[in-house]
Design a binder for this molecule. Sequence first.
Ligand code: ADP
Ligand code: MG
Length: 612
Amino acid sequence: MAKIPINMKSGEIEESELIIGIDLGTTNSLVAYLKDGKTTIVKDVAGRTSLVPSIVYFDSEENIIVGEVAKMHLVSDPERTIYSVKRLLGKSYNDLENYSSKLSYEIIDEEDQLVKVKIGKRFHSPVKLSAEILKYLKSRVENHLGREVSKAVITVPAYFNDSQRQATRDAGKLAGLEVLRIVNEPTAASLAYGYGKKAEESEVVAVYDLGGGTFDVSILRIDNGVFDVMATNGDTFLGGDDFDRAIIDYWIQTNGINEEEISNQQKQILRIRAEEAKKQLSVSDQYLSEDGEFKISKDQFERLIQKLIDKTIVHIEHAIKNAGISKSEINKFILVGGSTRVPLVKQTLESRYEIEVMDDIDPDEVVALGAAVQADILAGNTQNYLLIDVTPLSLGIETVGGLMDVIISRNSKVPVAAGRQYTSSVDGQKNLRISVYQGERELVEYNRKLGEFILTDIPPMAAGMPKIEVHFIIDADGILKVRAKELRSGKFEELKIQSQYGISEEEMAKMLIDSIKNAEQDMAAKALLEARNEARSIVISTEKFIEQNKDILTEDEKSVLKNKMALIQKKMALEDKDELNEAIHEMNAFSRPLAERAMNHNIRKALSGKKI
Ligand code: ADP
Ligand code: MG
């Protein structure tokens, strides 16, 4: 299967190309590239720092500001300053329920829907917010190079699932980037250290990544140029922020501060001082703030954080166990993440394990550098690495409203298999048409149809009850097999599609270019279609709900429900997804307590009729 370098501006096929590597982090993001065998991390104009805080600020005029400047609004304007977007990517509200109260901005609570952030009257998807960060990085690199770039490799945590990876791809696309590959962060770090070059090499490395708010450890086996993540473990709420917090708590105690009484402004100052102190203590034994008010020694700091570092050791032990190897099989530790600059981290690892701990490459930059190495390999500039066959375009099926649902994404290694579950949208649905498409656009009408078949004789069930699994399998020869199976009845149907699916390189190039050019429009159309689908199902379920609970609901409640339903229907006919989302949001907020009351009532009724 071919790799085609395309110039996104002219649409022409290029001889050599430059692909950027991006570390899209929870706390900080970075961009790097490799040119003529040399890797460069792109810094800000002043050449001061390569880190871009992963923060997006919306000012009162809806202007979007990213990075260092956005960070300054964290305390003054918390509802409009979005941090930690990466934690929301590809997640539904249900996934985040315990977390939402910790955020200073509002996320909307529609159980199964992908989560959205509400700022003023507008709803923003995490994909869009991440795209803003990526756009910022893209323009940083373009200003630095004085040319346009359009292709990227983006890293994600090894534990990211399919939906989180797809969301990352979508964000790239929305930022005007063709995402050639999503690479695991620990794999990128290993690539930066030069692993994966030699065919005969076989090594096991443990990548220890302690960032701002997360800790990950991954155990990788690198064999014949292939990186296999054997195990991952960690804590999604353990990182440098906790070190800062420990210092703040210490000062609150030693300086006799009453936390309840201090202003947000003072809290922010404390936070900034604490981070400053922590960084200082990575290189010296004492910290004293400029105003002389706050001080802490390295010994004291280490006493405060020892138990946090010990927690990471427990996770390493779990990972080793899950990988099914013994400690002695690990050849090296690789340090990743700003918080591994704290000397106690390396010391603890060295004393616990008799394994070399590598930290020669800046732990902030190592993942982005590795992404750049991967990008250079994909560009075909490096002969030393093995290249693997990949799928040239994404493959998926049509879902409600004509949306493309990708099952195997572009550039997946073949052979590959992937599946996803679907359900019916109307009661008693007997047949289900599976239409298979190839391409990068959000709407199937712009993609290529490869074939379709109908899964028949589904036993009658209420909407949402059938469980239909659609499986895509591409074998080593590139032949695609699509199979749909209704899991409750076991009924299944299969379709086979020949290799390469009869498309020329030029056609393929054109499809890719179109998908990037139309990304913004496509995503907007998709968001509107999704909102309409959701609206439709809410209208149906509200009608059912009123009918089934007419004795429990008051007349007032019924009429409010009907009004809200009418409002949704009115907004469905318009083109504004935000207004529609707002109407849905209002309906959910109103109906939730009613649904709870109805449920309690029905449970009581059911119980009272039961004999023991
Ligand atoms: P993420 O991968 O989550 O985006 P990073 O790897 O950028 O995070 O790590 C950010 C964290 O590293 C912050 O908590 C920051 O305070 C911490 N950090 C950065 N430099 C240092 C340093 N010199 N000493 C200690 N901690 C540091
Ligand atoms: Mg990171």
